[in-house]
Design a protein around this ligand. Structure first.
Ligand SMILES: Cc1ncc(C[n+]2csc(CCOP(=O)(O)OP(=O)(O)O)c2C)c(N)n1
Ligand SMILES: [Mg+2]
Length: 276
């Protein structure tokens, strides 16, 4: 793995690009992107894709179910070399921009699917994984492995609360989709506060019952994230990675609170946080 300093620098860059984008637009969701910055940074070392050819047939697919965390996607695509410029990031959430409030398929290079309605992206990821299996069967032969990619998905508390994710995950388990890797951004916060206001089920037991392999990691520990992604290369079932994260990670005075879910952090907090 790259040295930890470099990973931290990349993650911090993503974290504060996202905070700045939301601040400039004066609307958006900085919390989840800041909490997921470490995961996307390590994931970027595993993803097989070509930013200069976003339509390469056998690329890994990356599905962000929580479309509200779109600043994360745009900053990741920008830093990876996709056709999204710094000016595009500055135009976050402006009408007609390449960086709309929720990611839109066809409008943004590198965005695989339009997401926003919670849970829907989980079902989309299952669909992508099914499509990969079908294409494998149709196109691969003994001598030519044309299709051999993974589907990586990121989802949050809200996605797993939604009924549609239950149905889709049950189908993924039934079909033994061993090409699907899903990170669950387990930050215990949704729009209105703690998840325990409305939800207390055991996600690990639920997904295991549906036929998934489930691991739990610290979503801010680069070694653990890397290790679990290496394990996923040997997966024999759909793989859920429950990542314990802190929403709004490193937002001074606000991290861990629902205040970071869907509002700008404020110039003062951003200034202090960058300094820290
Ligand atoms: C079906 C649906 N219902 C409601 C919303 C509005 N909404 C957007 S984000 C959100 C909370 C999501 O919580 P979580 O997934 O935990 O994201 P986090 O707060 O951790 O960023 C809600 C209710 C939505 N996008 N889709
Ligand atoms: Mg959450």
């Amino acid at each position: 793995m790259d040295d930890l300093e470099m990973l931290k620098k990349q993650a911090d860059t993503i974290r504060f690009l996202c905070a700045d984008m939301v601040q400039r637009a004066n609307s958006g969701h900085p919390g989840a992107p800041m909490g997921l910055a470490d995961i996307i940074t390590v994931l970027s070392r595993h993803l097989r894709h070509n930013p200069k050819n976003p339509k390469w047939l056998d690329r890994d697919r990356l599905v962000f179910s929580g479309g509200h965390a779109s600043s994360l996607i745009y900053s990741f695509l920008h830093l990876s070399g996709y056709d999204i410029s710094l000016d595009d990031l500055k135009n976050f959430r402006q009408l007609g921009s390449k960086t709309p409030g929720h990611p839109e398929y066809g409008e943004v290079p590198g965005v695989e699917i339009t997401t926003g309605p919670l849970g829907q992206g989980v079902a989309n990821a299952v669909g992508f994984a099914m499509a990969e299996k079908l294409a494998e069967k149709k196109l691969n032969s003994e001598t030519a492995k044309i299709i051999d990619h993974k589907v990586y998905a990121l989802c949050g508390d809200g996605d797993l609360e939604e009924g549609i994710s239950y149905e889709a995950c049950a189908l993924a388990g039934h079909l033994v989709l061993d090409n699907l890797v899903m990170f669950y951004d387990c930050n215990h916060i949704t729009i209105e506060g703690s998840t325990n206001l409305a939800w207390s089920e055991n996600v690990k037991m639920r997904l295991e019952a549906a036929g998934w392999q489930v691991s739990r990691i610290d979503g801010h520990d680069y070694e653990e994230i890397n290790e679990v992604l290496l394990n996923a290369k040997e997966q024999v079932k759909p793989y859920l990675i429950i990542a314990d994260t802190i929403i709004g990670k490193d937002a001074v005075g606000l991290e861990g609170t629902s205040a970071t879910h869907g509002a700008p952090l404020g110039e003062e907090v951003i200034r202090k946080s960058k300094a820290a």
